[in-house]
Design a binder for this molecule. Structure first.
Ligand code: ACK
Length: 947
């Protein structure tokens, strides 16, 4: 026995010479026990204490002692030698690994051992929560495995013999107690345990994609994966949640997500390192730190952007990589070309654009008092084409300037950084004087003059028209001209004569203060009288008068509607014409209807500094396309351009959050057709005419703006609590698609047939004259309290009947004059239809003379379609005046809005006086002729022509 032990010990010395020093364990192994690193005795428990396992110290090649346990009772039968380790704390491990290095003598190499010699040993373990089971009975141990020497021997040459060092690894789990003991059972082998290494596995701390993953103990199972969330390394931020899986063998698997270095830092060696001075990194998504661009610098480490050199700037939208730039120099070679009250300005681009591509030009217009330095900004009336601000071209035309006025125009070259350093060095200017206004250069003679005046500052309501009364100074007879515009051409004047002009405005409340102007007509100036408020000016050649008073100045302003679809970016039109409202100012109260794009609600709007008002809120339903959004908002771009008491008023839009909304004033009585049907027969004729006048006035405003509505009908008029009617429904899409009354024509496109003029149906000639036709139908709807035009006739029958000259008959109790007006607006030739301005005049006249509304066409209401009315025509005013020998009054009639004979019928003495027909003989002649006409008409009215 002792001889054998000796043999083994010497063997170890040999083996150890071939062993490397205690190795460092891999990073994914956490050692719980390593016999080779124990200083001093291992002091494991052997049983039997004698003759079984023995602790033997040997030296490795570096003279470091190694503790081994050996047993070699191969000659004796029935061996049962146990060797137990001390209590080993489990730590966080659920599965542990036991690596055993050992030598095992081959029984064949030992003489005389047959039958007793073994070549295996058994490995056991016992779990316990503390070191109190040191002497527990062997039967309580659980077997892990029987360990045999296998093919993985490390061969060690010892002289002429080869010894084999075995390495075997076993694992056990799931462990749950605080610690455990291991035990080696020898049953008669010749073994030396060279080392026992007990460990568990972990995935070691790792950094992937700038996320750090902590040490992670592997799962309990050999196949389990532990999901671990990483945290971003210093100076980085999460882009996508970083995750990895810790595999059972301690390897990290499947990295997902990542972090990015913060601005001012860049990724180097799996860390975020600060950018050096002179470098910057602005976005976490950028590559590495970059050198500061031209004309910029960074003075500190970790710069997220570079500061611009003095005199250089960056706009809010400039990328950090862009060099700093400066404002442009001034445009140069500015020239002007004055044409009456318009000016064309042209210039050359500035010498330097400041290093940018976003050069535009702004125009500043100032009106200057002649020979002084006093200038004031030009008024809102002045028009710029293509626009005043952000011009890309180097020319602009300016219109509607005041005649004979000094202007200074500045052209500013502007780029994205101009606002950082505004200076007159970026502008060039020119001063000029406008010529005479408007018509004058065309056909004004010494017998003619043109008057222009400004709106009274505080008119007592909406101005319905102006009255110009004029007479030769020192003469009593006068002439009157009425006009709805703020200008009048006065004809048939006598040269070398002084005239006095009175101009006054009329509102629903009557006439306002009179402006008196005295002047002389002649060339050269022969003098004039300056009244209290008026300055006389006379210009030779064509006689042009510019009146400058406290209240009146002379400029013709005609605003033209701009089609939002002519904008390259329709969103720009929305921004230009509609105010963006913050949703916090809007309170939606209830749904009042369904529009083409979504619900229409009523609610309240409280804008800062204004009182709360009731509003209607049109919403755009969810899921819309960009085109639908633009179509929806186009209505706001249209209404936003209008400002008239008979046009629905836009409060603003909500486009920045959802739902997109259009906010308009609230009209308590909803749409006119429904309102009339609900109130059948309840209004006086004057109230109905008031409704018609409101609509006509709104339409006149639209036609003055060159806007063609195309869908004027009672359903598209809204009524408020004061019975004021306002034209609404300006959506673009309804013209194409969504009109409920729309019928497809043979040429495609939907048209509300019964409201539409024949030329618009047949060849899409939509004009203000076709709007007048629709207005006539709307009149008929009003006077019949919402009856359907042409009742239940089919669209085809309506078209045919109209073609054959038949027209709707007067509704019940409809004043004759109103039906006449309807018939005029349904004239086949659109040029023969009255203009909206004339319609407004006629209705005003009827309102002023309610007696003229008494005459009705008898009970012709709701007749069968077979009694459609064949339109009578009395001929023209000019012809009539000629027949009665008073053609000199042609002008007076046309200026006063009498364009057809029908419209003359309700005329009175007073009307004639106001028209400037003051001679009483002439007045009598005209009125008696009117009487004759009337009786003739009644006769004709009785003979209706059936279809
Ligand atoms: O005929 P109504 O009552 O009047 O039902 C329709 C509905 O919303 C869908 O268009 C009503 N509506 C539209 N705009 C306004 C408004 N500004 N004030 C009151 N009601 C309105 C319209």
């Amino acid at each position: 026995m002792a001889g054998i032990i000796y043999a083994l010990t010497s063997l170890f010395l040999g083996i150890c010479a071939g062993l490397s020093a205690p190795r460092n364990h891999p990073a994914n192994e956490v050692t719980l026990l390593d016999s080779r690193s124990v200083q001093g005795d291992l002091a494991w428990v052997a049983s039997p204490t004698e003759g079984g396992w023995e602790e033997v110290s040997i030296m490795d090649e570096k003279n470091i002692p190694i503790r081994t346990y050996q047993v070699c009772n191969v000659m004796e039968p029935n061996q049962n030698n146990w060797l137990r380790t001390h209590w080993i704390r489990r730590g966080p491990a659920q599965r542990i690994y036991i690596e055993i290095k050992f030598t095992l003598r081959d029984c064949n190499s030992l003489p005389g051992v047959i039958g007793t010699c073994k070549e295996t040993f058994n490995l056991y373990y016992l779990e316990s929560d503390s070191d109190n089971e040191r002497f527990a009975h062997e039967s309580r141990f659980e077997k892990i495995d029987t360990v045999a020497a296998d093919e993985s021997f490390t061969q060690v040459d010892i002289g002429d013999r080869i010894m084999k060092l075995n390495t075997e690894v076993r694992d056990v789990g799931v462990l749950s107690r605080t610690g455990f003991y291991l035990a080696f059972q020898d049953v008669g082998a010749c073994i030396a345990l060279v080392s026992v290494h007990v460990f568990y596995k972990k995935c070691p701390l790792a950094v992937r994609n700038l996320a750090q993953f902590p040490d992670t103990v592997t799962g309990a199972d050999t196949s389990s994966l532990v999901e671990v969330r990483g945290s971003c390394v210093n100076h980085s931020e999460e882009q996508e949640v970083p995750k990895m899986y810790c595999g059972a063998d301690g390897e990290w698997l499947v990295p997902i997500g990542n972090c990015l270095c913060n601005p001012g830092y860049e990724e180097r060696n799996e860390q975020c390192q600060v950018c050096k001075v002179g470098y910057y990194r602005s976005l976490s998504s950028d590559g590495g730190c970059r050198k500061c661009p031209l004309h910029s610098y960074s003075m500190k480490e970790g710069a997220t952007s570079c500061d611009c050199d003095k005199g250089y700037y960056r706009s809010e939208t400039d990328p950090a990589a862009m060099p700093c730039t400066h404002p442009p120099s001034a445009p140069h070679n500015l020239i002007s070309n004055v044409n009456e009250t318009s000016v064309l300005l042209e210039w050359s681009p500035p010498i330097t654009s400041g290093g940018r591509q976003d050069l535009t030009y702004n125009v500043v217009c100032k009106q200057c008092v002649r020979d002084t330095q006093r200038c004031t900004p030009c008024g809102d009336d002045v028009r710029y084409s293509p626009q005043r601000l952000s011009l890309r071209s180097t020319r602009v035309s300016v219109h509607q300037l005041q005649a004979h006025t000094n202007y200074t125009f500045q052209i500013w070259a502007v780029n994205g950084v101009s606002k950082h350093s505004p200076s007159l060095e970026q502008a060039t200017s020119i001063t000029l004087t406008t010529n005479q206004a408007g018509e004058c250069s065309k056909d004004i003679t010494r017998h003619t003059l043109s008057l222009f005046w400004d709106k009274p500052e505080k008119p007592n309501g909406v101005i319905l028209e102006y009255e110009v009364k004029y007479y030769e100074k020192n003469e009593r007879s006068y002439r009157i001209v009425k006009t709805t515009s703020r200008s009048a051409d006065i004809k048939d004047l006598t040269p070398l004569t002084s005239y006095v002009f009175h101009v006054r405005a009329r509102t629903a409340a009557g006439y306002g203060e009179t402006l008196i102007v005295s002047l002389s007509v002649a060339a050269p100036v022969v003098g004039g009288v300056i009244s209290s408020a008026v300055l006389l000016l006379l210009v030779a050649g064509c006689v042009v008068v510019l009146l400058l008073t406290l209240i009146i100045t002379f400029i013709i302003t005609k605003r033209i509607y701009v089609d939002p679809y002519t904008y390259e970016d329709p969103n720009q039109a929305i921004r230009e014409f509609a105010k963006e409202i913050n949703t916090s100012c809007i309170k939606i109260e209830k749904v009042i209807g369904i529009g083409e794009f979504g619900e229409v609600c009523s609610g309240r709007l409280k804008l800062p500094g204004k009182r709360e008002i009731c509003v209607a809120i049109k919403t755009l339903k969810a899921g819309f396309t960009e085109q639908q959004r633009l179509d929806f908002l186009s209505e706001a771009s249209v209404i936003g351009q209008f400002d008239h008491p008979n046009i629905i008023h836009l409060e603003g839009v909500v486009t920045k959050c959802k739902p997109v909304m259009i906010i308009t004033e609230y009209m308590e009585n909803g749409s006119l057709d429904m309102f009339l049907r609900k109130n059948d027969g309840r209004f006086t004729v004057i109230q109905l005419v008031g409704i018609l006048r409101g609509i006509a006035s709104g339409m006149k405003y639209l036609s003055d703006m060159s806007y063609v509505h195309r869908d004027l009908a009672a359903r598209n008029i809204l009524v408020n609590s004061n019975l004021v009617c306002k034209v609404s429904d300006f959506g673009m899409s309804r013209v194409l698609e969504d009109e409920p009354e729309g019928a497809y024509t043979t040429r495609g496109g939907k048209i509300p047939i019964r409201w539409t003029a024949p030329e618009a149906i047949t060849y899409r000639k939509f004009t203000s004259a076709s709007d007048v036709w629709s207005y006539g139908i709307a009149m008929w709807e009003v006077m019949s309290y919402g009856e359907r035009p042409y009742w239940d006739m089919s669209n085809q029958d309506v078209i045919k009947a109209i073609e054959e000259g038949y027209r709707l008959p007067p509704p019940m109790e409809c004043p004759l004059a109103l039906h006449q007006l309807m018939l005029e607006s349904w004239m086949r030739e659109r040029a023969d239809r009255p203009k909206f301005s004339q319609i407004v005049n006629m209705l005003d006249k009827l309102i002023r003379n309610p007696a003229t509304l008494k005459r009705t066409a008898g009970d012709a209401s709701r007749p069968h379609p077979s009694t459609l009315h064949h339109a009578p025509s009395l001929g023209s005013v000019d012809e009539w005046l000629k027949t009665i020998g008073l053609e000199q009054y042609r002008e007076n009639f046309s200026t006063a809005g009498f364009c057809s004979l029908e419209s003359v019928l309700p005329m009175s003495h007073e009307d004639l006086g106001k028209m400037g027909i003051s001679c009483s003989a002439h007045q009598r002649k005209i009125l008696s002729s009117v009487q004759e006409l009337l009786s003739g008409m009644h006769h004709r009215q009785d003979t209706k022509v059936p279809v």
